[in-house]
Design a protein around this ligand. Structure first.
Ligand code: GTP
Ligand code: MG
Length: 312
């Protein structure tokens, strides 16, 4: 079978966000049919070729283990927090951090922007970073300070971070297509979405809009997961908490706050970290309903050089 498509179709597919073989495998036939110029016969052929080239069918458990050796754990800047996470933020999966305002979510994200660029020998991913900023909280000045702590050239570190300010949830979803195009060209180690849920809450705030919101959020999360696997990328998202509205969590719950996004976020996130404030600059991270990690806690500190181990 000849697996070749003409230039015109190649461009149409790229425009629609299909840059790689795996992006074709990871989508439905329906989505491919939506690409202008792709007839049903062409779609069938494209899919058949993609499956053939990528050899994507069953593999043995040994091979799965072999592939998992390619996963990288990116350091958070705190050895206690790294240990809690089994070595750091893992690639090919989504790590979610949630907690109240000023609990350190954005500071952790900024630290990772720098550590993801470190050599693999010191728990970096040797890759570029993409930052989707929905709350206008990306601060280059913070990156400079953190880069200096890790003895990296601040200019170079900033140059390696691509920042996009998202204004609506639709825009936030569209940005993933743009970033996928960049990721085909260069190695990225980390994609941050800070915050993943805030714009969805704003755009679908009406009572009757909850199911639509969850549906859209689900699509976004599933695209994030695909990107993470496709490019062996660590996806790091931040999330807010809300008070349990009717007290249904019970009167004796110490902290009745729950992460936003319900089952959609819960299912898509591989690792969930709950943050709370401790004494002074200290923060406490706790693993939240993980199938892999124990529900332990770690204390770290926020400093001018980013996340560090707690001093006492
Ligand atoms: P929201 O986005 O509002 O929900 O909060 P967040 O969880 O993202 O909080 P963020 O990560 O922005 O944490 C802010 C806190 O980090 C501040 O209250 C400070 O305690 C701390 N922080 C920020 N910058 C510095 C710094 O340069 N030095 C030190 N020591 N602490 C800092
Ligand atoms: Mg923040």
């Amino acid at each position: 079978m000849e697996c070749r498509i003409n230039n015109f179709l190649f461009l149409r597919m790229k425009e629609a966000g299909f840059h790689t073989i795996s992006s074709i495998i990871m989508t439905t036939k329906k989505n491919l049919l939506a690409v202008k110029g792709l007839s049903e016969a062409k779609v069938d052929k494209v899919r058949e070729c993609a499956y053939k080239i990528s050899n994507s069918s069953f593999i043995s458990g040994l091979e799965v283990r072999e592939r998992r050796k390619n996963l990288i754990h990116i350091t958070t800047g705190s050895s206690a927090l790294d240990e809690l996470l089994g070595g750091g933020i893992e690639t090919s999966s989504i790590t979610e951090v949630f907690g109240e305002f000023r609990s350190g979510k954005t500071q952790l994200a900024h630290t990772l922007c720098v550590t993801a660029q470190l050599p693999k020998s010191v728990n970096g991913a040797e890759g570029r970073v993409a930052y989707i900023d929905t709350e206008n909280c990306f601060r280059p000045e913070r990156i400079v300070e953190i880069a200096e702590r890790f003895e990296l050239d601040p200019e170079e570190v900033l140059d390696n971070i691509l920042v996009a300010r998202a204004y609506t949830s639709e825009h936030q979803i569209e940005l993933l297509v743009h970033i996928a195009a960049k990721m085909v060209e260069e190695t990225f180690g980390l994609l941050i979405v800070d915050s993943a849920t805030a714009l969805f809450r704003v755009d679908y705030s009406g009572r009757g809009e909850l199911s639509e919101r969850q549906q859209k959020l689900n699509r976004f999360m599933s695209q994030l997961l695909k990107l993470s696997e496709q490019f062996n990328l660590a996806v790091f998202i931040t999330n807010q908490v809300m008070s349990t509205p009717d007290g249904s969590a019970g009167m004796f719950v110490v902290d009745p706050k729950k992460p936003v996004g319900g089952h959609v976020i819960a299912h898509a996130s591989t690792t969930r970290i709950m943050l709370r404030k401790g004494r002074g600059e200290q923060r406490v991270a706790k693993i939240y309903d993980s199938p892999m990690l124990a529900e332990n806690e770690a204390t770290f500190e926020v400093s001018s050089g980013g996340v560090i181990d707690a001093k006492d």
